[in-house]
Ligand binder design. Structure first.
Ligand code: ATP
Ligand code: MG
Length: 353
């Protein structure tokens, strides 16, 4: 708060003071029983005004300090939520401080309750996922045991549906773990090729069912990542490629290395994404024209989770698409020039002979 602003706030008080002093001097000067000379009155008025000015400046410095206590908090961001105001002997300020600290306490309590409820929900989802996995695994074994004994077509359909249930159960699990990611990752060097192969094998039933072929281009490449999370990200990209490509199409994975980054692109020959929707596909819950037209259900969570997790791993996603021609989603693994720099792919230092 500047002195000008302070004066502006106290304009009414200053005006009353000036009017009061003028009336007093005028009254004394007009009173026939008082023999006060006008220059004495002026001297007294100047003296009193000087004293009042000193008081004003003293009050300004105190008020400024008090206002700063608030402005410091607005600059402190979220930390201000754990920063109550110190008590004051001034009754007016004490009332404001009490109200402010009371709001802080209430907010903290509401926040703790919310976090506890959220953790409860998370724990429930986690246990639900573990519970559901047992009958799912049992159903998988049952399906295997029926191999050769039951007609092939319904068995294949059963395998496909089980895969889909597993896929969505995983999605729920990863969605609930998004916030606790920092406690659950292990960065190591992984070869991209076996990782991609693993994801394709997981979704082989969908490839067969939709008669979509797969090709892997590029040389083997090592990146630093978390295997479990990257597999999940890849799973989402491959599942989209399968979901939005007509039977007989092609999905291609391309591994490439550049001076600044390694990339893995999952490309399809599917229906493509309208250009005005492309910038929204990483938004939570966005399904767009394709999602709404797809004969399967769409939650719009796949790319959102893939994008969020990529960022947490130090990678990032980009997407390009042409309607009726296909879509390509690229995972970028920026190279690190030395350990400790942000990004996750370690550039092997060039060895000079
Ligand atoms: P879910 O992944 O939860 O099953 P979803 O596939 O609809 O649902 P996202 O994976 O987040 O959700 O994708 C968001 C939207 O982006 C999709 O609904 C679809 O409109 C579009 N999209 C994503 N990938 C492709 C693709 N390969 N081809 C065409 N459209 C796509
Ligand atoms: Mg998807």
């Amino acid at each position: 708060m500047t002195f000008k602003q302070y004066l502006h706030d106290h304009l009414a008080g200053i005006a009353w003071y000036v009017i009061g002093l003028a009336l007093l001097c005028f009254g004394l000067w007009l009173d026939p029983r008082q023999r006060v000379r006008w220059d004495t009155l002026l001297y007294m008025a100047v003296l009193i005004t000087g004293f009042a000015a000193v008081l004003l400046v003293w009050h300004y410095t105190r008020t400024k300090k008090w206002v700063k206590a608030f402005t410091d908090r607005t600059e402190a961001g979220v930390e201000a939520l754990d920063w109550p105001l110190a008590a004051s002997s001034n009754h007016e300020r004490a009332a404001i401080i009490e109200a402010y600290n009371h709001v802080l306490r209430e907010h903290r309590q509401a926040q703790s309750e919310l976090i506890a409820r959220q953790q409860d929900q998370k724990a429930f989802i986690d246990s639900w996922v573990h519970e559901i996995k047992v009958p799912l695994a049992a159903a998988g074994l049952l399906q295997d045991s029926l191999d050769g004994k039951a007609p092939e077509k319904p068995l294949d359909e059963l395998a496909l549906q089980l895969d889909k249930i597993n896929f969505y159960v995983e999605q729920v699990l990863y969605y609930s773990r998004l916030d606790s990611f920092s406690k659950d990752y292990l960065l190591r060097e992984y070869d991209l090729k076996p990782l991609v192969d693993g994801v394709i094998v997981d979704q082989r039933n969908s490839f067969i069912d939709r008669r979509i072929s797969f090709a892997l281009n590029g040389d083997s490449l090592t990146v630093v990542t978390d295997e479990k999370w990257l597999r999940f990200i890849l799973g989402q990209l491959v599942s989209n490629a399968l979901k939005y490509t007509a039977p007989g199409g092609q999905v291609t994975a391309t591994i490439a290395d550049a001076p600044t980054e390694a990339t893995l692109t999952i490309e399809d020959t599917g229906i493509g994404i309208p250009s005005d929707e492309l910038h929204r596909v990483f938004e939570k819950g966005f399904t767009g024209t394709n999602g709404r037209n797809a004969n399967q259900r769409s939650t719009g969570l796949g790319l959102y989770l893939a994008d969020q997790l990529s960022q947490k791993l130090g990678h990032h996603l980009t997407i390009t698409s042409t309607v009726d021609q296909g879509t390509a989603v690229t995972i970028h693994f920026p190279h690190l020039s030395f350990y400790g720099e942000s990004g996750t792919t370690l550039a092997k230092p060039a060895v000079k002979h």
